[in-house]
Design a binder for this molecule. Structure first.
Ligand code: 3PG
Length: 399
């Protein structure tokens, strides 16, 4: 259901669930992409004369207030970007939240404090979650679900609240779905997926699902070492998930049977320690222990030959989905692989999607801009679960 289904919104109080979970460093927002992405819906609701109550989480506080997870800096940034006041209320539900909402006039915007300061938001207990959703529902007349990054969470503000008020998907959720459907319903081929990030275990579902659908999988990031180890190579002190070796061997066998290419790096950047100024060398991926650091060496990026090979595959792909950095891009010495993949995505003729809050922040931190890609998804876990073909609670409830 889209916003139209809610009818005339003039003078009605609309609760909008956004995903304003932005990266912060010492209270300063380092990437405001998720705030920008939320503006289309907010502007439209203001134009329609609604009174707007924005709710969101930030980080993973444990059900009680923690100053470092306050949404206050987000309200300030949102107000700048919107060009209109965004009042911040230091409560999610309660007397001051109700009073602030009650005082809104048409077109006003208020942002309530972090949903996850309330235990009910993420509770596994249905009744506790429902009780918190009921408190939220009292604040509005209608609900717009626009936090794409959280639609895979069965949480009070995502799932339960949508059942308590007239509800619809916001413009961001609708736009994200349209793009991701291009990847799941008959994608243009060759279809390549580039996966990085540290843990294989986070990507298990998506890898097994993708093997049935893609032409090529490029593997980088910390998880590549578990793939190398599964092929029988020593990986020195690099990240290794021993308990995933059999699963990964299964993937490699399955991919071979199906004629899907899984491309692993042929060279890697190995460092003496995990630090920005560590001594480092490029070594063949099947001889990591041959570096000067012996079995203490830690692989922190894909090497230049691999980056070129990955870029070549991307250049000849018609569809590319990318999730997860190729190395520790936050440290300049180990950013080249991620930068090369990002650059290749900007240069290919194919349709490109960058999936995930972290991957999006990575490409922006490396100096690329959103318009150089086909689409930058605001959802990390959500976009992966969508590609896995899972039912997402926050979408299911709007159907
Ligand atoms: C994200 O960053 O992927 C979303 O904001 C969801 O956050 P969560 O993984 O803490 O639920």
């Amino acid at each position: 259901r889209t916003i139209e289904s809610l009818g005339d919104l003039r003078s009605r109080t609309v609760i909008v669930r956004c995903d304003l979970n932005v990266p912060l460093s010492d209270g300063v927002i380092t990437d405001d992409g998720r705030i920008r992405a939320s503006l289309t819906t907010i502007r439209e609701l203001r134009d329609a004369g609604a009174k707007i109550v924005i709710i969101s989480h930030l980080g993973r506080p444990k059900g009680e207030p923690e100053a470092r997870y306050s949404l206050k800096p987000v309200a300030v940034r949102m107000s700048e970007l919107l060009g209109a006041p965004v009042e911040f209320v230091d409560q999610t539900v309660g007397a001051s939240a109700s009073a602030a909402v009650g005082a809104l006039v048409d077109g006003d915007v208020v942002l309530l404090e972090n949903l996850r300061f309330n235990a009910g938001e993420t509770s596994k207990d249905d009744a506790e979650r429902r009780a918190f959703a009921e408190q939220l529902a009292e604040l509005g007349d209608a609900f717009v679900s626009d936090g794409f990054g959280v639609v895979h969470r069965r949480q009070a503000s995502v799932y339960d609240l949508a059942q308590l008020l007239p509800s619809a998907a916001g413009r961001l959720v609708a736009a994200e779905l349209e793009v991701l459907q291009r990847l799941t319903v008959d994608p243009a081929r060759p279809y390549t997926v580039v996966l990085g990030g540290s843990k294989v275990s986070d990507k298990l579902g998506v890898i097994s699902h993708l093997i049935e659908r893609v032409d090529t999988l490029l593997i980088g990031g910390g998880m590549l070492f578990t793939f190398l180890a599964a092929q029988g190579h020593a990986v020195a002190a690099s990240l290794l998930e021993q308990d995933q070796l059999d699963t990964v061997r299964g993937y490699l066998a399955d991919a071979e049977k199906r004629g899907v290419r899984i491309v692993l790096p042929t060279d890697v950047v190995v460092a003496e320690t995990f630090s920005a100024d560590a001594a480092h060398e490029i070594v063949p991926a099947d001889a990591i222990e041959s570096s000067s650091f012996g079995d203490a060496g830690i692989g922190l990026d894909i090497g230049p030959d691999s980056a070129t090979a990955f870029a070549d595959v991307i250049a000849s792909s018609a569809t590319v989905f990318w999730n997860g950095p190729m190395g520790v891009f936050e440290m300049e010495a180990f950013a080249a692989g991620t930068r090369a993949v990002a650059k290749a995505l900007t240069e290919t003729e194919g349709f490109t999607v960058v999936g995930g809050g972290d991957s999006a922040a990575a490409v922006r931190a490396l100096g690329f801009s959103d318009d150089q890609f086909g689409h930058i998804s605001t959802g990390g876990g959500a976009s992966l679960e969508f590609l896995e073909g899972k039912q997402l609670p926050g979408l299911e409830v709007l159907a």
